[in-house]
Design a protein around this ligand. Structure first.
Ligand code: GLU
Length: 272
């Protein structure tokens, strides 16, 4: 039995790109689940969750209840984080964005990964005593995954994309932020914990998240979680060839509906 999911963040209205992601997931599985990725409390809004439910139903999709909300799952993420900490794979980072940018400028050049310039490793060299002292001092900090050490501890990995195996290369992300002082998770950690919890067996999503699979497979291996298959799909592009974003009000499903579009029209626009 194939279990798929659609996992929007309720930080804006759904647009054509989301419709493609949701319908692809719905049609690729036997069981279709919905997960609301609302760990970003500052940007998530209940009105957008209500709009997600409305738009999906309007498209003719139904999903198995309960709908999982990531904001209710902090305990599970904290447990996963504790496991990574216990293995010595996480270190505190006290750098501000400005300090990271300055460090990169000083070094003259930065290695770039899929999510931008790689963290230059400034806080990796802090002793454990120094890290604990600065954490206790009350300032802000992030927790980073020591990606090289983590990758070495699990050995070579692969992931299965559309039925074909590809090697996993997590080191190109650098030491990603895995949690923050007041938040026991990050996007990557929450996704792998919840894909396992919801027993998702096939992850379908836009190809802008293909690179994220490298880090997510590493986290699955570290946390001994089952490995889902992956099937990334092409993105819906606007007339200028750019991917739609939440700022493109004109292509929200709500505005298209208000202008008279039917669910069949939406499917035609995204070539389904
Ligand atoms: N919440 C993510 C987004 O809205 C999708 C996460 C995923 O499919 O892995 O882009």
């Amino acid at each position: 039995m194939i279990v798929t999911r659609f996992a929007p963040s309720p930080t804006g209205l759904l647009h054509l790109g989301h419709a493609l992601a949701a319908i692809t997931a719905y049609e690729s599985g036997d069981d279709f689940l919905l997960r609301i990725e609302d760990i970003d409390k500052g940007r998530s809004r209940d009105k957008f969750i209500a709009a997600i439910f409305f738009d999906l139903k309007w498209l003719g999709l139904s999903w198995d209840e309960p709908t999982l909300r990531q904001s209710t799952r902090m305990g599970a993420y904290a447990e996963a984080l504790a496991h990574l900490k216990a293995r010595g794979l996480v270190y505190p980072c006290f750098c501000t964005r400005a300090e990271i940018a300055a460090e990169i400028a000083r070094a003259g050049e930065a290695q770039h990964g899929p999510e931008g310039p790689l963290y230059p490793g400034t806080c990796k060299v802090l002793t454990m005593e120094e890290g604990l002292r600065r954490m206790a001092a009350g300032g802000n900090f992030a927790l980073r995954l020591d990606v090289s050490k983590a990758a070495a501890s699990v050995g070579p990995l692969t992931f299965c994309e559309h039925g074909h195996r590809f090697p996993v290369d997590p080191v190109r992300f650098g030491d990603i932020v895995i949690a923050r002082k007041d938040m026991p998770t990050s996007y990557h950690l929450a996704v792998v914990v919840d894909d396992a919890f919801q027993q998702v067996s096939l992850v379908t999503r836009g190809e802008d998240l293909l690179a994220a699979t490298h880090i997510q497979r590493l986290l699955q291996a570290l946390l001994r979680l089952p490995e889902p298959g992956y099937a990334h799909h092409a993105l819906v592009l606007d007339d200028a060839g750019r991917k739609f974003s939440k700022r493109d009000g004109a292509v929200t499903l709500g505005s298209l509906r208000d202008a008279g579009a039917t669910p069949a029209d939406i499917r035609a626009r995204i070539e389904l």
